[in-house]
Design a protein around this ligand. Sequence first.
Ligand code: IPM
Ligand code: MG
Length: 356
Amino acid sequence: MNKTIAVIRGDGISPEIVAETIGVLDTVAARFGHTFTYQEAPMGGNAIDRFGVPLPEESLKTCLASDSVLLGAVGGPKWDDQPPENRPERGLLKLRAAMGLYTNVRPARMFADLSAACPLRADIAAKGIDFVVVRELIGGLYFGEHRFDRLDGQERATDVCAYSEGEIRRVARVAFEMARKRRRRVTSVDKANVLATSRLWRRTVTALAEEYPDVELLHMYVDNAAMQIVRDPSQFDVIVTENLFGDILSDEASQITGSIGMIPSSSMGDGSRGLYEPIHGSAPDIAGQDKANPIGTILSAAMMLRYSFDRAAEADAVEAAVDAVLAAGVRCGDIWQEGCRLVGCREMGRLIRERI
Ligand code: IPM
Ligand code: MG
């Protein structure tokens, strides 16, 4: 297999975790006889510094011409004063939209060896956490009009939330298909007691469910879902929801598994090309100190192997190597516990590579 991977090295700790992940991909390539070619695609704060914009045209072209895209994280306080349309985050949103990545998949799985890091009560954690948040990624409030104007002598702001049936159906379909490969339960999260977009969401998902009689469909209001995720996460298999609700619930879901530093994500559209990134941020406070946990990004590369390149064995090998390192008691600072061996980003990467 010959694949071109666009690499967004990003800001803060991102270049460190991306470097370890490329090392892992190279190890996979050597062991399984593949060739990965990497193309740099600067994005985020570093791109603002060098090119004046968060997503240079060249970078977008590189991503669109690649077989898949690997990203660490972008942003940081250094760029907080940028005008809204030139913030690092805007580069990411533009990239998601330009690549047509309407489905964002964020697994929330508790690693057996990390159950001590779970902030939930032991009897709740003991029931297990293994669900997936499927988040709509290029619609809703994020992509509606954002406007400031004046009304009655005061400043006023407006954000528009819109969804079409098609936008809802295509992401819901991904959730139903995924549930078929898991425990066959979809929980659709909305705010249909208040919002028009949520009413359409619920109606559309319910209609689509007729094509999936083997999958159980439940509807839940987002406030209740936020509560149920900490009350009894074992009830969830696949959660499907709109962009903003998914942003919020996926952070909550990742934290209850123990560490946000461990959770990968994939963003995909209609084709096989995806964007793979950890769900954590750029952690500027520990940047350049070899302290970051590269596992979220390494597991994102495993998702790339599985979903974009259709290589389950290679993905399994990476995930098994991560499990083996954790089982051996090796930890980065974010997941360190008494009696474990504390390692930095580079050593973590090396130990994972050694086990592939
Ligand atoms: C995420 C992030 C982004 C989002 C930000 C950085 C724009 O929080 O990927 O969840 O809100 O989608
Ligand atoms: Mg977020």
